[in-house]
Design a protein around this ligand. Structure first.
Ligand code: KG4
Ligand code: ZN
Length: 315
């Protein structure tokens, strides 16, 4: 991995969430300088490239189109292959970047893929054979974090902020009920509503409730969410007898899930795989690694390929 340049979009913070139109405009503004910077950092020039990998989906159509059109043009101009990459596969295969310094999961393994748009337990049989064993019926876990944060008046994205406050709080201070869904399925919309009603009720009695209890509230929310995640992985291990367990996606940056998963090596006898911090939230390296494996297989896309907003992990 020669360079991994990420342009963050600060613009969304003031709106409390990603605004699709602003996201695609920011992509348009950033794409040329980001590619230039990546080449510079890698100390190579365009004609050293052997292929162009890009995100084909899933994601916001406007943003996907910027990347797709740009990559098509670049590949055509340089007369090199074009490789469409599935964003969710990329989160999972990020475990294979830096494979000389980082322990990589052996096939088959289970991966809890948790991001702002997805919450899935995936069985990975080889680089491109992936099967979803369970998923969320409504909100993604990242969404649950971001929406809870919004209720508490924290800025977007709220996941990292809740994580920070949680470290200073009591995880058992407040109790939220867990959803009743299938053994490998998730549901977070009820939790969000429970938190909203709880805060409204408490604030009516004490207007300073959130300010005075922020750390305990965050710790309790985090404890509830991470306990649900751990329970589900446990069910998946039981069902599949696969004891190699990985996490991936933006929420895998969370300190509590990282800690609890690590502990399970001792308590459950699992072997766990936790991605390097810089490969958890969306990044270019994860798209590059899938591009690399597809390149080895000569799995290329035609120049007529299109972006797909809804792409499953096994597509
Ligand atoms: O994978 P990602 O960068 O983008 C998507 O593909 O959705 O994930 C972003 C999500 C956001 O919801 C953000 O709040 C959450 O990951 N996130 C976290 C943490 N860091 C990022 N959630 C909890 N704890 C964190 N430390
Ligand atoms: Zn992502």
């Amino acid at each position: 991995m020669l360079s991994n340049v990420v342009a963050n979009q600060e613009i969304h913070a003031q709106y409390g969430g990603v605004v699709p139109e602003l996201a695609s405009r920011a992509h348009q503004q950033n794409i040329v300088p980001v590619v230039q910077q990546a080449l510079q950092k890698a100390n190579i020039v365009k004609k050293d490239l052997s292929a162009i990998a890009f995100t084909k989906g899933p994601g916001l159509m406007g943003s996907l189109l910027v990347g797709t059109s740009f990559s098509k043009s670049l590949a055509q101009a340089l007369q090199i292959p074009l490789i469409g990459v599935n964003h969710m596969q990329a989160h999972i295969l990020a475990h294979f970047i830096d494979d000389t310094t980082h322990s990589v999961p052996p096939f088959p393994f289970l991966c809890l893929t948790i991001s702002g748009g997805h919450t899935e337990i995936v069985k990975i049989t080889n680089f491109f054979k992936m099967e979803i064993l369970g998923k969320t019926l409504d909100d993604a876990v990242g969404e649950a974090y971001d929406k809870s944060a919004k209720i508490l008046g924290l800025r977007y994205p709220g996941g990292p902020l809740i994580d920070q406050h949680a470290k200073e709080g009591n995880p058992l201070a407040f109790k939220f009920t867990k959803p009743k869904v299938g053994a490998l399925d998730f549901s977070f919309s009820g939790l969000k509503t429970a938190i909203l009603y709880f805060i409204q009720r408490e604030v009516k009695q004490n207007p300073n409730f959130v300010k005075e209890n922020l750390n305990d509230i965050c710790a309790s929310i985090q404890h509830t969410i991470v306990s649900i995640l751990m329970e589900k992985i446990q069910n998946a291990v039981k069902q599949t007898s696969i004891k190699h367990v990985a996490i991936a996606g933006g929420v895998s940056a969370n300190s509590e899930i990282r800690k609890r998963l690590k502990e399970s090596e001792k308590t459950m006898g699992w072997k766990t795989y936790i991605p390097k911090f810089e490969y958890t939230t969306d990044n270019a390296a994860m798209i590059g690694i899938v591009g690399y494996y597809k390149y080895l297989e000569r799995s290329f896309d035609a120049n007529t390929t299109t972006a797909t907003a809804r792409l499953k992990v096994d597509e």
